[in-house]
Design a protein around this ligand. Structure first.
Ligand SMILES: Nc1nc2c(c(=O)[nH]1)N[C@H]1C(S)=C(S)[C@@H](COP(=O)(O)OP(=O)(O)OC[C@H]3O[C@@H](n4cnc5c(=O)[nH]c(N)nc54)[C@H](O)[C@@H]3O)O[C@H]1N2
Ligand SMILES: Nc1nc2c(c(=O)[nH]1)N[C@H]1C(S)=C(S)[C@@H](COP(=O)(O)OP(=O)(O)OC[C@H]3O[C@@H](n4cnc5c(=O)[nH]c(N)nc54)[C@H](O)[C@@H]3O)O[C@H]1N2
Ligand SMILES: [Mo]
Length: 789
């Protein structure tokens, strides 16, 4: 067990809490002087979590159950107003819970469980028990089921795809070659989309040691050459030189085809590797050489599409063939129209180089997306709350939520199968912010008028809370006990309550337990346990399983809880992705249909989908810098992950606020593009396209390719008019890129989110400088005697 870190500081103890940004120390827990500080062993701690309890953050807490006036009036037989911009009536918990239980019962008996959408996508908070999605899914399964979601916004195309090509995405994420092996063996680190330090602040569940920055610097000192192919220059920081090839967004597949062609033309591809470990190269080769479509995918062909110089492409192909090369690719590339293609291309290129399974060679997907990737520590499993067996089997691919709400009864395809959208009457959300994460938010606002009831559990008055009918206030991580565990970390921690709940906030678990009592499913849902009982149960199950499978001698729950930190074994040998497969493909076959790497997937080809043919090919996205639409909207907008927060979480904290300019999110624009538009640092601009518009503050920069702008996600959605009528044009005041993105699936294969495919124009804003109102609470009124009559 880790040395007991509990210490006496001015008479007060230290405990721990965790967030997706890391483990933090809590000094003086449960006292008015409670403060958060970095975990001392973390080499590159993230400041994001230090603000969890800041007064500016607390100011926006939901403190009491609140019901939207229009819905409340309708519930009691009145006419009621639509969603968006409405008042909220605060009610007692008893009334709120009775109403939610009655609504759940009404919807279930009138329409059936398939009328409830409980997908509830979102990152919520870290902690193994109070994981909002697991809680809501377990609850709704106990209640007879719900329409769920599959996959994520993170990996909407790659998630459904990678298991056909090489290995399931989840396994791939946790089995990358470790950083030290890269420093020792890699000669060239070629990355499509960098390896951003800002993104590696985050790791699902948390981390005790942020490794990316030190690791990249070590590789740099070891002499690794870095080549970054990206529309932005600064998404990889090695404290040394990095060659930047500024590519047109969404054209990486064409570039990789140009590299592949150059390898093929010069016989630099490893046919022995391809023959022993892959299937389908012959089909791809016909396409590559133009035998099947008349177009050889030469370096010149790729240069014309990507904007990268032909000599650079050719010399890069020679370089990567003649050196130990790690080819890395950001997930952002597949969050795009035809997002499957860069995934195919990545695997194909790495297979042609023949270094998969060798130390320091092969591919990464993705170093930099999360801190987990490249961890040298052993992979175990964590304590997990079972969500229960789904009693009904309806689902949507997660990003198809608007299509589902607007088109009940219509069909969609997914991995070659056809399914039907259910007729949704109730949406129940806990732990996500759809008015942050979804594309084309004005369309979502319209689709959001369709269901009869929308319920959300929230900590803060987020844009999604303000679009819900019933808002139930929930605790933050600091206000409850939980267990921190994350993959390939060396410490597990007791996350101890650090402060009392604000207002009347309750845990998601206790809300669902109260509802379960009213719905006669308490025994199934709670198993008679309170939250602390569950922690002991989850831990003990885990401890026994770990002892059985890994022969580890672990403390019992009470000892773990008392001691705060539990040390898990560190990695002591190099990890190499697909090493065993390379050593013996017969003994260690892949989980693909052929057991080998599928450069061409016959299974996917048999689905007959024109937008996903089954091998790496260049399919132009619906809009990009080479398309006709670029005449009207000449800038490609990248909406990447924000550096000062996790998605929309804590956008209201001073840490996020300090980077806003005149209240708005900065939009980075190439200095020449800015000059052409007469824009200077800090100018208020309108970013627009045919779908919507938003205000932002211009930041001219040489770190971004011409023709590209970067507007990070996370600024709380702040429409000028909160109630959208059909056809009304959106003006968003704060700089939320999803005011502009298209809600178009990556393809009919995956139906993934395609946020990175988006053209816009930017102009100086001459109109009124509307104040940002995203951080204002809705108008909250106390209940009057007329309200329920
Ligand atoms: N344009 C564009 N859009 C994107 C992306 C992009 O690259 N570009 N990226 C996409 C990606 S990869 C993702 S993962 C999504 C992220 O989208 P989300 O995961 O929906 O975003 P978050 O802001 O993390 O939302 C989590 C919400 O849960 C609440 N919460 C936190 N803890 C708890 C809890 O314990 N209980 C309850 N009930 N609530 C809690 C928080 O207050 C917050 O409102 O966004 C996607 N959207
Ligand atoms: N601080 C912070 N970290 C996070 C998150 C967060 O919200 N905040 N979110 C986490 C989550 S949920 C996820 S899924 C991961 C996402 O990880 P990613 O999807 O990899 O992250 P992004 O920041 O969207 O994009 C990474 C880089 O790809 C580049 N890029 C974009 N489009 C293209 C393209 O067409 N071609 C090329 N070559 N490059 C391109 C962008 O310039 C950007 O620098 O990040 C995680 N990390
Ligand atoms: Mo994500």
């Amino acid at each position: 067990m880790k040395e007991h870190k509990q210490s006496i500081l001015g008479g007060n103890t230290v405990s721990y809490t965790a967030s997706h940004w890391g483990l933090y120390q809590v000094e003086s827990p449960m006292s008015p002087n409670m403060t958060l500080s970095h975990y001392p062993d973390d080499h590159d701690p993230s400041p994001i979590g230090l603000y969890l309890n800041h007064p500016q953050v607390e100011k926006l807490r939901v403190t009491k159950p609140a019901i939207r006036r229009g819905w409340y009036e309708q519930y009691y037989g009145g006419k009621g107003s639509p969603r968006g911009g409405d008042d909220y009536i605060e009610v007692e918990w008893e009334e709120a819970l009775n109403i939610v239980a009655a609504e759940l019962t009404r919807v279930k008996t009138t329409y059936g469980n398939q009328a409830i959408y409980g997908g509830s996508y979102g990152w919520s908070s870290s902690g193994r028990f109070h994981h909002a999605q697991s809680q809501i899914h377990r609850f709704l399964n106990s209640f007879g089921g719900y329409v769920r979601h599959k996959d994520s916004y993170s990996l909407g195309a790659a998630g459904p795809l990678m298991h056909w090509l090489v290995m399931p995405m989840g396994e791939l994420m946790t089995s990358h070659t470790d950083w030290a092996t890269l420093a020792k063996h890699t000669e060239i680190f070629l990355s499509f989309g960098g390896a951003p330090r800002k993104n590696a602040q985050v790791s699902y569940g948390g981390t005790v040691d942020h490794r990316l920055h030190d690791s990249l610097c070590t590789m740099n000192k070891a002499g690794v050459r870095f080549i970054n192919i990206s529309p932005v220059q600064d998404d990889i920081d090695t404290e040394g030189s990095v060659t930047w090839l500024p590519i047109k967004p969404n054209t990486d597949t064409a570039l990789i085809l140009g590299l592949a062609y150059t390898l093929w033309q010069n016989k630099l591809h490893d046919m022995q590797f391809i023959q022993r470990y892959c299937v389908g190269f012959d089909v791809f080769e016909k396409y590559l050489t133009g035998q099947s479509d008349g177009i050889p995918k030469t370096a010149q062909w790729a240069a014309d599409i990507t904007g990268i110089n032909v000599c650079d492409i050719e010399s890069l192909a020679f370089d990567i063939a003649n050196h130990r090369t790690m080819v890395n690719m950001a997930w952002a590339l597949q969050r795009a129209h035809h997002g499957e293609q860069p995934c195919f291309a990545l695997v194909t290129l790495a297979a042609m180089l023949g270094q998969i399974g060798l130390p320091g060679g092969g591919f990464g997907f993705c170093y930099g997306a999360e801190n987990l990737v490249g961890s040298p520590n052993p992979l175990f499993f964590g304590p997990t709350l079972e969500q229960g067996q789904p009693p009904i089997d309806h689902f949507i691919p997660v990003a198809r939520v608007v299509d589902m709400l607007l088109n009940p009864g219509e069909t969609f395809t997914y991995q070659g199968e056809t399914h039907t959208y259910q007729d949704i009457r109730m949406v129940y959300w806990a732990g996500g912010n759809p008015f942050h994460h979804h594309q084309n938010l004005s369309q979502l606002a319209q689709a959001w008028q369709r269901p009869e009831t929308i319920i959300t559990h929230e900590q803060y008055w987020t844009p999604s809370a303000k679009m819900a009918d019933i808002v139930l206030p929930v605790t933050t991580t600091l206000e409850r006990n939980d267990i921190f565990y994350a993959n390939r970390e060396t410490v597990m921690a007791a996350m101890k309550q650090a402060k009392s709940p604000t207002g009347e906030a309750k845990d998601d678990y206790s809300i669902f337990s109260e509802l379960a009592k009213r719905l006669n499913i308490a025994e199934q849902f709670t198993r008679g346990l309170d939250a602390q009982g569950w922690l002991a149960y989850l831990y003990t199950n885990w401890q026994e399983q770990m002892e059985r499978e890994y022969r580890l001698d672990l403390p019992d729950f009470n000892a773990f809880w008392e001691n705060d930190l539990l040390e898990l074994p560190k990695g002591d040998k190099p990890l190499v992705l697909l090493e065993n497969f390379r050593k013996d493909p017969g003994k260690y076959p892949l989980k693909t249909p052929s057991g080998k790497i599928e450069i061409f997937s016959q299974s996917i080809a048999d689905f007959n989908l024109p937008d996903c043919p089954g091998f790496a090919c260049w399919l132009p996205p619906h809009e990009w810098l080479g398309s006709k639409k670029a005449v009207q909207f000449p800038l490609h907008m990248i909406s990447d992950q924000p550096k000062n927060k996790l998605h929309s979480q804590l956008d209201h904290s001073p840490h996020s606020q300090k980077d806003k300019i005149n209240q708005r999110e900065p939009i980075y624009i190439n200095a020449e593009d800015a000059a052409m538009r007469g824009l200077q640092f800090g100018d208020l601009v309108r970013v627009f396209n045919q779908r919507g518009s938003c205000l932002a503050s211009a930041v001219p920069s040489d770190n971004i390719r011409q023709g590209v702008v970067r507007l990070s996600t996370g600024a709380w959605f702040d429409p000028l008019t909160p109630r959208f009528q059909d056809g009304q044009f959106l003006l968003e005041k704060h700089g939320n890129p999803n005011a502009l993105t298209a809600d178009i699936p990556a393809s009919s294969f995956s139906q993934g989110c395609s946020a990175q495919t988006c053209l816009v124009e930017v102009q100086r804003w001459q109109g009124e400088s509307y104040a940002v109102t995203a951080y204002e609470q809705p108008n909250i009124v106390a209940k009057s005697s007329e309200d329920d009559g």
